[in-house]
Design a protein around this ligand. Structure first.
Ligand code: TRP
Ligand code: SF4
Length: 443
């Protein structure tokens, strides 16, 4: 199985995705880092992660951390996109600063849009709706890939160490692929990593909440971050190894590492052994994984202070896709499959009433055997958006499987909630639209 970020697949076998790509399960232990875990976390809609432990550490210790996401300005913002922004806003409320990239470089490179069109869609469809959903402009910024020179410079720098063969095997690029398209994932890596540069907050844990189609980009970004580090940390049988990676200046970097260890109070406790010739420091066995993560962060900061990039590998969380009302993936290019945040409430109701369901062919059958919410886009609307109260959701679920709930009435209930939600959202949008100018950064 290969994941294609520009393809149309739904990737619904989440267990297999975790197993095959080494995505970790997102368990209660993870989401309990937050005082009030968002419903998308509690409900397993966010089903997996990479390195979320770094975020957990930061939340628990009230250390700074960031959320980085990007939007593809290729069509209207639908409820699948809303889900992602809901998650970002919840994280902002628990302390993260939020950075949003408008993927205008990517949309031109991979989809042939014009920059003007991309800009218009981004502001009108996405940014205005983000603000209406509750994104706080005081702790968030939106920028465009094509105008932030920090991102472009970093992408150029990263590109010096990336081989075409590597991009080819990761993405299936071939002789007919444009160079701009090959560059797009590198620009995305720069998006994700530049927020750790000093002027954007310095080295710190960064969470990238995405759909699993973006995982190849996440892996590439994590590889790039590590590629530019001065140290590798290894957990071996005899303890933790700090390896200074560059030949010439190993000793100097070992000095830097030793001061970082002192500052962390990890020096004497673990009884370290330094080997200048091999550029190694070996710490005793007592290091916990959390100690190692703290050390990694301290070393990244020390590297950045000395003029290196010093970028921590980003963390990611992966959410399930929304099923469209037609049963395929919810997609902007198929208006019948999607509810958009700018839909007239009455029009949205109509679409929802026409949705496929997990219901049975006849009323008798459904009353006797119950229906299947796990195959129902209407249930998904309750699960992801409409039923904030867990008891309400449970009730919908149990009545559906128990045969007490029939699809017509169920849709009507969902449609009423949806119309209310859209009406309130659109009023809020009118009231917050003036903030667009504030949240969008000129460069
Ligand atoms: N490639 C992403 C998409 O197709 C958009 C994107 C650009 C992005 N930069 C990003 C996503 C940084 C997360 C982080 O939707
Ligand atoms: Fe879906 Fe509701 Fe029908 Fe159950 S009763 S299958 S949740 S529409």
């Amino acid at each position: 199985m290969q994941i294609d970020p520009w393809g149309k697949s739904q990737y619904q076998d989440y267990g297999r995705l975790r197993a095959e790509f080494g995505i970790e399960e997102f368990t209660p232990q993870e989401w309990q880092a937050f005082d009030q875990p968002h419903m998308l976390l509690r409900r397993g809609v966010v089903f997996g992660h990479r390195d979320f432990q770094r975020i957990r550490d930061a939340v628990r210790r009230h250390d700074p951390w960031a959320v980085m996401t990007g939007l593809m300005p290729s069509g209207n913002m639908h409820f699948g996109h809303k889900m992602l922004m809901d998650q970002c806003i919840a994280h902002q409320e628990s302390g993260a600063d939020v950075h949003i990239a408008v993927a205008d470089f990517e949309v031109v490179a991979a989809r042939g849009f014009t920059l003007d069109k991309a800009r218009e869609i981004a502001l009108d469809q996405y940014v205005a709706n983000h603000l209406a959903l509750g994104l706080d402009p005081n702790k968030a910024e939106v920028y465009f890939q094509t105008t932030r020179h920090r991102v472009k410079d970093l992408a150029d720098q990263f590109a010096t160490k990336i081989k075409f063969g590597q991009m080819q095997s990761m993405y299936g690029f071939g002789p007919e692929t444009s160079i701009a398209h090959v560059n797009a994932p590198i620009v995305q890596a720069a998006d994700i990593l530049h927020v750790q540069r000093d002027e954007f907050g310095g080295p710190r844990p960064v969470l990238v909440p995405v759909g699993v189609d973006q995982d190849p980009h996440i892996r590439l970004t994590r590889d790039i971050a590590q590629q530019w580090r001065r140290y590798n940390l290894l957990q071996a049988k005899d303890g933790v190894w700090i390896l200074a990676v560059k030949g010439e200046e190993k000793q100097r970097w070992l000095d830097v590492a030793e001061s970082a260890l002192e500052e962390l109070g990890m020096g004497t406790r673990t009884g370290r052994k330094r080997n200048d010739k091999h550029g190694q420091i070996v710490l005793g066995k007592q290091c916990s994984n959390r100690d190692i993560r703290a050390l990694d962060l301290a070393l990244a900061r020390a590297e950045a202070k000395k003029g290196e990039l010093g970028l921590l590998r980003p963390s990611a969380s992966f959410h399930r896709f929304m099923t469209g009302l037609t049963g395929d993936k919810m997609s902007s290019s198929d208006p019948d499959s999607s509810i958009f945040l700018t839909d007239e409430p009455a029009a949205a109701k109509k679409k929802l009433m026409r949705s496929v369901t997990g219901g049975k062919a006849t009323r008798e059958e459904q009353e006797r055997d119950g229906a299947d919410p796990s195959k129902c886009p209407v249930y998904e609307m309750f699960l992801y958006h409409l039923a904030e109260d867990d008891n309400h959701l449970q009730q919908v679920h149990d009545e559906c499987t128990g045969g007490e709930r029939l699809c017509g009435g169920c849709k009507t209930e969902a449609a009423e909630l949806l119309m209310d939600m859209l009406k309130q959202h659109q009023e809020k949008r009118d009231a917050t639209e003036h903030l667009v100018a504030e949240i969008v950064r000129a460069d």
